[in-house]
Design a binder for this molecule. Structure first.
Ligand code: SF4
Ligand code: SF4
Length: 331
């Protein structure tokens, strides 16, 4: 079993996605909760699903839409999928019009964030009447004002390279910003009720595997960098599923891999299945994880082994030739 050195914690709040090393947890907790260093006005209290919260956001609040500007909203693949369906536009057009490139979690993994309007630095979807894509708004918008910290023993792999089930410890916290008047409203919820109302649980489920890829990459630190083709593949699979579908069905992919017909059928028809498959595929290419229902074809494997052997033989032959040459030169 290979164990990576870092355990990570993922915090998903409106302004950003933060991953921290659990080894440095106490100091990170201080950085998260400490008054002087707290950039997001996070209340220094760990909440559970049963904790109570007094909050309501509605068009009648004086601050309505104040939180939809001067922010960075990183989009997950599921956010993008839902928004392109909503806007009925191809992914590449959506990416070009509404997003800006970013790196995820200070890693070298490329992603996108919403591109704020130049004239007022606000989200492109906000109007004085509110969010024009409300029922399909991104994950980060749904979280506010409840953030989640997710502690896990990430990065453990079994002999096949698959990540083992992590031990998880989650807690929640409240972000209380002066401009947000929703805290002065009377409505009381539990954190669990609030999350269900905002559709956060569904999003968490959809984003889980993708976030784990980012966390796993993060856990490597600067020990290794992703190759350019790996970065391109990660970006393509995470942002443009129609492009990824073409890669699966119109490249040499199916000549190389044996894929379960029922899996092929599912990913051909269903974008969400395709998205989950793309996460598995990325885990396979980036971290060597096994994918259930998919294996490299025997003949391709043999071809690969033969190629490697040929390269090895050539290297040995040229080393022997160099040695003989050197012997001759030295007399
Ligand atoms: S997507 Fe909607 S909720 Fe999110 S920042 Fe934009 S306008 Fe606000
Ligand atoms: S109450 Fe808070 S969440 Fe609602 S619009 Fe105002 S600032 Fe945004």
């Amino acid at each position: 079993m290979i164990v990576y050195h870092h355990s990570v914690v993922m915090i998903f709040i409106q302004e950003k996605v933060v991953t921290m090393s659990q080894q440095a947890l106490s100091s990170k907790e201080k950085a998260l909760f400490g008054k002087s260093t707290n950039p997001s006005n996070i209340e220094p209290v760990k909440l559970t699903l049963d904790s109570r919260l007094k909050f309501r956001c509605h068009p009648g609040v004086s601050c309505f839409t104040a939180c939809c500007g001067n922010i960075k909203i990183v989009l997950t693949p599921y956010d993008i999928l839902m928004l392109i369906r909503r806007l009925n536009m191809p992914a590449h057009e959506f990416l070009h019009t509404y997003t800006t490139p970013t790196y995820l979690e200070k890693t070298d993994m490329p992603g996108v964030a919403l591109k704020l309007r130049e004239e007022d630095n606000k989200c492109p979807f906000v109007t004085p009447e509110g969010c024009t894509v409300y029922t399909d708004r991104p994950t980060a918008c749904r979280y506010y004002p409840i953030g989640m910290a997710d502690f896990r023993e990430g990065g453990s792999k079994d002999a096949d390279g698959n990540e083992q089930t992590p031990d998880e410890e989650k807690f929640f916290f409240l972000v209380r910003e002066d401009h947000c008047k929703g805290h002065e409203e009377d409505k009381i919820w539990t954190v669990g009720e609030w999350r269900a109302d905002q559709g956060v649980d569904v999003r968490d489920d959809m984003n889980k595997k993708w976030l784990r890829l980012v966390m796993r990459r993060k856990s490597y630190g600067h020990q290794a960098s992703l190759s350019e083709p790996a970065k391109r593949m990660f970006f393509m699979a995470s942002t443009d599923l129609s492009h990824f579908r073409r890669f699966i069905f119109e490249s040499s992919f199916l000549d190389t891999y044996e894929v379960d017909p029922s899996l092929i059928d599912k990913i051909r028809k269903d974008d969400v299945e395709l998205m989950h498959f793309s996460f598995d595929y990325l885990a396979h290419t980036l971290f060597g994880a096994k994918i259930e229902g998919m294996a490299i074809k025997e003949d391709k494997l043999r071809e690969k082994v033969a190629q490697l052997k040929k390269r090895q033989d050539e290297a040995v032959t040229s080393a022997v030739a160099e040695y003989e040459e050197m012997k001759k030169e030295r007399g």
